[in-house]
Design a protein around this ligand. Structure first.
Ligand code: ATP
Ligand SMILES: Nc1ccn([C@H]2C[C@H](O)[C@@H](COP(=O)(O)O)O2)c(=O)n1
Length: 239
């Protein structure tokens, strides 16, 4: 097995539709390997939050210039385990998960200029390796040379149920679950049909259907593949 060509370890790319388990799995795999987790959706969310807060009309987002994006003062700060998003120097970890951001983030992520503007920051995070990055285009565009690519899929109603449970929803009726599944599929439709870096499976990705898996099973599966690709045994240091 060829040793990793990056000083801190391999890059693991996790892509897939909304709510398929990417971020939670990426965080857990990173913790097990002692790697950093990059939640790339958090960057798109922080830009969306900043633009809404600045009162920029969503209908004009398509023509945002790099200079305008700079003035939004959006930054991702590396921590021991991942990245913390700030806007205007303030931590916005909670704000970027708000319903208003959920409703608009796919629109922002479809803007080619925004994606270009963000690319350096995302690639910088992987410069030394030792990274588990999740998103929609990580294995296809951001890190096409990632040593391990996994594409997570899951039945829409199961994704909806998991999302509603995560939010502590009282109403888990079929009707409510189906409505949430439709919302998730609406986001998938925008993410996969846009011109700029659409959501799609990389040719060399391992597809993992999480519908029937427990969380621990999917984490163990990816951890195992990562250890194989990094050429290290289970008990050894992965870096
Ligand atoms: N196998 C599983 N069994 C049960 N729950 C799971 C499983 N995998 C993930 N989850 C839960 O599903 C929810 C969605 O997972 P997560 O946020 O990781 O998805 P995601 O793909 O990153 O979503 P998004 O694209 O919207 O950011 C979380 O509450 C997570 O804990
Ligand atoms: N690499 C990425 C990451 C995210 N997006 C889009 C997809 C969603 O519309 C939005 C938020 O992502 P989430 O936090 O729900 O994973 O950002 C993308 O286009 N490319």
């Amino acid at each position: 097995m060829t040793p990793p060509k990056r000083p801190d370890g391999i890059i693991i790319a996790l892509d897939g539709p909304a709510g398929s388990g990417k971020s939670s799995t990426a965080r857990a795999v990173a913790a097990r390997l002692g790697y950093r987790h990059l939640d790339s959706g958090g960057f798109y969310r922080a830009i969306t939050y900043a633009a809404l807060r600045a009162g920029i009309d969503p209908d004009s987002w398509g023509s945002l210039t790099h200079a305008q994006l700079d003035t939004l003062d959006v930054h991702g700060h590396a921590t021991e385990t991942g990245y913390r998003m700030t806007v205007g120097g303030r931590d916005v970890s909670a704000e970027i998960r708000a319903p208003e951001v959920n409703a608009h983030v796919s629109q922002m992520a479809a803007v080619a200029g925004v994606r270009e503007w963000l690319m350096d920051a995302l690639r910088e995070a992987g410069a030394r390796g030792g990274l588990v990055a999740d998103g929609r285009d990580i294995g296809t565009v951001v890190f096409p040379d990632a040593e391990l690519k996994a594409y997570l899929i899951c039945d829409p109603e199961e994704r909806a149920l998991r999302r509603l449970r995560e939010q502590g929803a009282d109403d888990l009726s079929t009707e409510h679950v189906r409505a949430e599944a439709a919302r998730l599929q609406g986001r998938d439709q925008i993410d996969s049909s846009r011109e700029a870096a659409p959501l799609r499976q990389a040719d060399d990705a391992v597809v993992i259907d999480t519908t029937q898996l427990t969380f621990d099973e999917q984490v163990a599966r990816i951890e195992g593949l990562a250890r194989e690709r990094a050429g290290i045994d289970r008990n050894a240091d992965v870096s």
